[in-house]
Structures are given as C-alpha cells and as structure tokens.
Unconditional design. Structure first.
Length: 183
C-alpha cells in the first residue's frame, strides 16, 4: 500500500518546491500551537466528548468541559511538538500545498495522500514518519493524563483513528473550500 502511495506521490502537484528553512520550521511550529483553528478544534472536540460523557470519570458541567478542553488542547500541543521535532530530524515537510490540477478525483486523491506523505528537500513525497509517529505517539502518550478507563489498547487505536479522520477531513476541506485554499 505504501509503495503505491510513494509511486503516485512522485507525480507532484507543485511546479517548484522550496523546502523550509529551520527558522521557517520554528515559526510554523510556534504558530501551530496557538491559532484560532486549534482552539476551535479543541472546543469542538471537547463539546463532543462532553456530549458523549467521555471519559465518564470527568462527569458533566463546566469543570468537566474545562478538563476535556485541556485534554484536547494538550493532545494538539503534544502532537505538534512531537511532529516538529521528528520532522526537523528527518527533514520532512508536512505542510499542505493545494493541488493546482483540475478534476475532483485528482484533487481528492492528492488531499487524502497528503496526510500520509511528507515532502523532502528534492520535492519528492514519501511516507511521513514524523506525522504517523507523532499521531500514534500522542494517542498513546495522552492516556497518561486520562483516567484508567481510557488506557486500553482499543482506546489508543480509537484516538489514533479519530485523529487521522479529522486530519483527512481538514486536508480535504483545505483543498476544496475556497476560503481555506491559500497558496
């Protein structure tokens, strides 16, 4: 499966790729920690968890919502930090660049593949170890600060799956929603 992604990824949607400098990586990392979208996503995720009463040990009410918000934002913070460190070491660029090609099927495939692929200095795209590792690592590490009822392997798998689905959704929206399509 990954081999087909790498082969498909060689057909780049970018005419001329310029890798980020370390200073640009640092700035992007800091901006990723505190931005409106991260806060809205944390608030929405917390609302869903509150509605589902997950984890149930945290109960209901304003204090419980605050715990869920801190949990959700903490997840984001840890994931971004892990991905920043790993992508810097591995020289992977996980930024999203909209595909200038036309055709809904081509653009959809590109948006979905972009979740699992990172660019390298030569512009080629390969499996993103930094993104995958940070997403899976955070799903596991976040169990440390959560109640014992959420520490089973299936909870880690569920957290990882939700994170992947949310990221895919954001990338597809980024590709197709006009006001999100920044170059």
């Amino acid at each position: 499966m990954f081999a087909s992604l790498v082969v498909a990824a060689q057909c780049s949607c970018l005419a001329q790729y310029v890798p980020p400098t370390q200073a640009e990586r640092n700035t992007a990392y800091l901006k990723s920690l505190v931005n409106p979208l991260a806060l809205v996503a944390a608030a929405a995720g917390s609302g869903i968890s509150q509605w589902r009463d997950t984890p149930h040990e945290w109960g209901q009410g304003g204090g419980a919502y605050a715990l869920r918000f801190v949990n959700s934002y903490g997840y984001h913070f840890v994931r971004q930090t892990m991905m920043y460190g790993a992508s810097s070491l591995l020289d992977e660029d996980n930024r999203y660049f909209p595909c200038p090609r036309s055709g809904a099927k081509t653009r959809m495939r590109y948006a979905i593949e972009s979740n699992f692929l990172a660019r390298h200095a030569d512009g080629s795209r390969h499996f993103s170890y930094s993104w995958f590792g940070a997403t899976l690592g955070t799903a596991a590490l976040s169990r440390v600060w959560q109640p014992a009822s959420t520490r089973a392997p299936q909870n880690i798998a569920s957290s990882f799956g939700i994170a992947v689905a949310v990221q895919v959704g954001f990338r597809v929206a980024h590709e197709f929603v006009p006001f999100m399509r920044h170059r």
